[in-house]
Design a protein around this ligand. Structure first.
Ligand SMILES: Cc1cc2nc3c(=O)[nH]c(=O)nc-3n(C[C@H](O)[C@H](O)[C@H](O)COP(=O)(O)O)c2cc1C
Length: 178
């Protein structure tokens, strides 16, 4: 059966909450699973028609081992393996579905709007999704946190759920409605 998969990286729980909200919105239309990149499968099976991938902005881009280390040392994050995140998963995963469609999201600290404009995590996510052979089917969405450790700005989980539902409606338009 056609499914959607949401894969995320999250140091403090904010991108995880967004990923779960997106999956909840999608699952109003199509069965959807959500998983952390460190636990995500090594191969995306042919049943996955849509892959949504996202995580936080770190140093204006996707997290790397060094920025994860800073999150642990400077902000008390709990990261079992600094080398296992979304960037690494997207680089190593195999995609079995030739018609895989994809969309990206990121979380960003919007306290400094001038700097926020330099954030490009979702652009790199899209690039890596493209290298997997996926077709990007929606503009990346950005979700606001109010500090390094969160929390999310008010209303962001609701917005994520609505974004997931809208994506599901546009792509699957009743074909797999349960
Ligand atoms: C090492 C580090 C670097 C960061 N750099 C940025 C940045 O360049 N731009 C930004 O908007 N937020 C930055 N942040 C804030 C993160 O975006 C924020 O911690 C994240 O969105 C929270 O999501 P999470 O709870 O899923 O980890 C940084 C955070 C850390 C720990």
């Amino acid at each position: 059966m056609t499914r959607a998969l949401v894969v995320y990286e999250s140091l403090f729980g904010d991108a995880a909450a967004i990923a779960h909200a997106i999956a909840a919105g999608l699952s109003e239309i199509v069965p959807a699973d959500v998983v952390a990149a460190s636990d995500a499968p090594a191969e995306i099976g042919p049943e996955i028609a849509l892959l949504v991938a996202g995580g936080p902005n770190h140093a204006f881009g996707m997290p790397r081992p060094t920025t994860r280390g800073s999150a642990v040392e400077d902000h008390g994050a709990d990261v079992p393996d600094l080398r296992a995140g979304l960037r690494e998963w997207l680089r190593s995963v195999r995609a079995a579905s030739p018609g895989l469609r994809a969309a990206a999201f990121d979380t960003r600290d919007t306290r400094h709007p001038t700097l926020t404009r330099m954030d490009h995590a979702s652009r790199t996510e899209e690039k890596l999704l493209g290298r997997l052979g996926a077709e990007i089917v929606a503009p990346a969405e950005h979700f606001a946190v109010t500090g390094t450790r969160g929390p999310l700005a008010a209303g962001e989980e609701e917005r994520a759920r609505a974004w997931g539902r809208a994506l599901g409606e546009r792509l699957f338009s009743g074909a797999v409605r349960r």
